[in-house]
Design a protein around this ligand. Structure first.
Ligand SMILES: *[C@@H]1O[C@H](CO)[C@@H](O)[C@H](O)[C@H]1NC(C)=O
Ligand SMILES: *[C@@H]1O[C@H](CO)[C@@H](O)[C@H](O)[C@H]1NC(C)=O
Ligand SMILES: *[C@@H]1O[C@H](CO)[C@@H](O)[C@H](O)[C@H]1NC(C)=O
Ligand SMILES: *[C@@H]1O[C@H](CO)[C@@H](O)[C@H](O)[C@H]1NC(C)=O
Ligand SMILES: *[C@@H]1O[C@H](CO)[C@@H](O)[C@H](O)[C@H]1NC(C)=O
Ligand SMILES: *[C@@H]1O[C@H](CO)[C@@H](O)[C@H](O)[C@H]1NC(C)=O
Ligand SMILES: *[C@@H]1O[C@H](CO)[C@@H](O)[C@H](O)[C@H]1NC(C)=O
Ligand SMILES: *[C@@H]1O[C@H](CO)[C@@H](O)[C@H](O)[C@H]1NC(C)=O
Ligand SMILES: *[C@@H]1O[C@H](CO)[C@@H](O)[C@H](O)[C@H]1NC(C)=O
Ligand SMILES: *[C@@H]1O[C@H](CO)[C@@H](O)[C@H](O)[C@H]1NC(C)=O
Ligand SMILES: *[C@@H]1O[C@H](CO)[C@@H](O)[C@H](O)[C@H]1NC(C)=O
Length: 508
């Protein structure tokens, strides 16, 4: 008897404890859910107060979390009003595409279900630019030249908003960012830690467009292009994706989650890490990444982001001469898919800021991180105006040679535009070879001074042996070929430096 009484009591106690445990877990889960999702409904990590959404003619896509079975409506209130039709939450996710909204604001964007709601306030519509790459994109506003003046000036740009994804990596493609480094902000709040190139680019764009600009920074110092590329993109270049640098890990965690947002375009400042990692593949991997981002953003936004969205990038800047920077010219060349200029047949709808004439040997963050980001961003903006915004008559490309004329010992370089020349800087080089033999990788290069120039051409002095001829020609082929803004060839108004090139007379 005693025994069964004890058993019964024990069981009752156990049951009570179990019930208590269940209640505690329930309450805990509920609280966590309420805390995280404001009553079961919320936006994805990169939708927030003060944000910019893509303006018309594109349509902004918004998504977030909710309880399965709930029906979500999005209400836009501000200069214009909009109420979307209901969408169902499936697998904890809802997603809505707005009708096109003209540039302007402020708006409140409210997601509502029968019994809960979530609101984004002070939302503007404008153009969204994604800013990616490595340390020179990561380089923040507090480190730039004239930082305090720039931060003060930023107060005049309340319609240029910015957001920064937190650093994280993942072996699998993620749905959302794991964390946010800088939530959508209005300058000068949080600007010190934000990308200088990205901010200045947005600010110069605003000066021209006069409507809101949204900047999304997602970059990480010291990273090669492979970590920002999907396995799909790497396969196109015959790249294995088990490399020591964790191929795709940042694509997975810091780009893939953003695919669902409608964007206008992207700018990119990267390549330094590829001077010592798969540099010879860069002419394939970089354009392949651009192609893949375009397809992926187009698909992720349900076709709202243009399939050929404009993509701007900075051609590698300068560094002190060292054992790694000797490869800088090769990566610069590969950044253009070996054309020397963009856009080109392989890289349509791209634009490039040449930066090899902006050295900063005294940079506290090492010479590879020059503090003059103003000129870099400004040159990028020129490309954006011409390529992304189709503004007519904007010069954005420095002088580039038309086919080279070889006349015996003479070499004449005819440019595709009028030039400004400084004959005392000697950074043309030739390689002399036996007749009709191509210059190999071990060829000896010698300086070829400019002896004569007119408005569009320069003639180079070539001193090959009588039995030899000029087999190849290159320009500005070193990490830091000129003093600050003192290269020998610029556009006629001296604003745009000639990009570097290498031409072989006979293919190797
Ligand atoms: C947005 O909501 C705030 C309160 O949350 C309100 O003060 C403001 O007037 C609203 N703005 C618009 C454009 O509806
Ligand atoms: C949403 O769910 C309801 C039932 O809960 C269903 O009647 C309706 O067709 C669904 N709508 C869509 C767009 O799937
Ligand atoms: C990074 O991502 C992993 C999931 O991939 C997550 O568990 C971890 O908390 C994240 N770290 C940070 C600092 O957000
Ligand atoms: C800006 O960058 C510098 C150098 O990397 C760093 O020390 C500083 O903490 C950064 N500032 C902010 C606000 O993140
Ligand atoms: C990256 O590679 C290192 C070394 O190969 C490995 O230890 C680490 O787990 C990898 N990380 C990810 C996210 O794949
Ligand atoms: C487009 O995205 C959907 C999911 O949103 C996916 O199922 C499909 O495979 C993607 N298509 C391509 C070509 O990437
Ligand atoms: C975002 O786009 C990616 C790629 O197309 C897709 O896998 C994912 O399901 C989409 N997420 C949402 C919330 O639509
Ligand atoms: C680096 O080397 C190149 C050629 O080898 C030379 O023209 C240039 O002046 C050097 N730059 C520096 C900063 O030493
Ligand atoms: C910094 O400010 C000075 C004085 O206004 C100006 O001359 C200089 O060009 C600025 N530097 C940059 C990199 O913008
Ligand atoms: C041309 O370059 C030389 C050498 O760098 C320099 O001393 C001179 O001032 C430059 N001339 C002009 C007109 O910029
Ligand atoms: C400059 O010289 C080249 C080569 O001699 C010639 O073809 C070209 O017509 C000249 N251009 C001008 C503007 O004089």
């Amino acid at each position: 008897m005693q025994h069964s009484v004890y058993t019964r009591r024990c069981l009752r106690l156990l049951l009570l404890l179990l019930l208590l445990a269940v209640v505690i877990v329930c309450v805990w889960k509920c609280l966590a859910a309420i805390h995280r999702r404001e009553g079961g409904l919320s936006f994805a990590s990169y939708y927030g107060d003060h944000m910019v959404l893509q303006k018309s003619p594109e349509r902004a896509v918004l998504w977030g979390y909710g309880c399965d079975g709930a029906q979500v409506t999005l209400i836009l209130s501000g200069p214009t009003k909009q109420k979307t039709s209901q969408v169902n939450v499936t697998n904890g996710i809802w997603r809505v595409t707005l009708d096109p909204v003209e540039a302007g604001g402020p708006y409140n964007v409210t997601a509502v279900t029968k019994d809960s709601s979530a609101t984004l306030t002070d939302v503007l519509f404008g153009d969204i630019w994604l800013c990616g790459g490595q340390s020179n994109m990561w380089f923040n506003m507090s480190m730039v030249f004239n930082a305090s003046e720039e931060l003060k000036l930023s107060e005049k740009y309340p319609d240029v908003r910015f957001f920064m994804a937190a650093l994280n990596q993942s072996k699998t493609e993620l749905l959302d960012l794991t964390d946010v480094e800088i939530p959508w902000s209005v300058a000068p709040t949080n600007l010190e830690g934000f990308s200088a190139v990205c901010w200045l680019y947005g600010r110069y764009l605003y000066d021209m467009l006069k409507y809101p600009i949204g900047l999304v920074e997602s970059c990480w110092e010291g990273t090669p292009v492979e970590v920002w590329s999907s396995a799909r993109a790497l396969l196109r270049c015959g790249q294995d994706f088990a490399g020591p640098k964790n191929d795709s890990v940042l694509w997975n965690s810091m780009i893939h989650p953003l695919l669902n947002m409608t964007i206008k375009g992207a700018i990119w400042y990267q390549g330094e890490a590829n001077t010592y990692y798969h540099k010879d593949k860069y002419a394939c991997t970089f354009p392949a990444m651009i192609d893949d981002w375009r397809k992926s953003f187009h698909n992720g936004s349900g076709g709202k982001t243009a399939i050929d969205f404009p993509f701007g990038f900075v051609q590698l800047s300068t560094d002190n001469n060292n054992s790694v920077s000797v490869f800088t010219p090769i990566v610069r060349w590969h950044q253009t898919a070996d054309f020397g200029y963009v856009p080109n047949d392989r890289m349509p709808n791209t634009f490039m800021a040449v930066a090899l004439d902006l050295p900063d040997p005294d940079s506290p963050l090492r010479p590879i991180h020059p503090r003059d980001k103003q000129d870099v961003a400004y040159r990028l903006t020129l490309g954006a105006r011409a390529v992304a915004y189709n503004e007519k008559g904007v010069a954005f490309q420095g002088p580039f040679p038309k086919p080279i004329l070889y006349k015996g010992t003479q070499v004449i370089v005819n440019y595709n535009q009028e030039i400004s020349v400084n004959k005392s800087v000697h950074i043309f080089e030739i390689c002399c070879t036996e007749t009709q033999v191509s210059c190999g990788s071990k060829s000896h290069w010698v300086p070829a001074p400019i002896v004569w120039s007119n408005k569009t051409s320069v003639e180079l002095s070539t001193r090959c042996k009588p039995s030899q001829e000029v087999g190849a020609l290159r320009y500005a082929w070193s990490a830091s070929p000129c003093l600050f803004k003192a290269c020998p060839i610029y556009s006629a108004d001296k604003s745009l430096p000639a990009p570097p090139f290498i031409f072989n007379r006979y293919s190797p």
